[in-house]
Design a protein around this ligand. Sequence first.
Ligand code: AMP
Length: 113
Amino acid sequence: MAEPCIFCQIVRGEIPTQLMANTGDCVAFRDLNPQAPTHILIIPKKHMASLDDAMDGQVLGKMLVLAASLARQEKISRTGYRTVINTGADGGQSVAHLHLHLLGGRAMAWPPG
Ligand code: AMP
């Protein structure tokens, strides 16, 4: 039997998380293994494995708008922040449910590793 999707389980409230937002299309929660003082994941409620499977531009737009709103809420808008979508093996994606990372609260390096 296929492994259950952990982010779908979070959407259904089956596993605990630090929920930051729950909108019509998206859920946002704090990353379990934060890489910055603010590290929030924004996901679509509807399962899609990665950006490569995302055909709904409206939902993608809503994820970005929610990220900007959460950045303001976290008071990192003025200092800046980074939004990242890792896609596939070379992109470093480890959870096969589309997610947008919102990272901030420290200066970021470029290029990413
Ligand atoms: P990625 O490597 O881009 O696929 O990112 C997956 C992210 O999900 C990682 O930063 C993990 O720390 C995070 N993660 C995995 N499981 C959980 C969970 N149950 N709650 C919150 N974050 C999680």
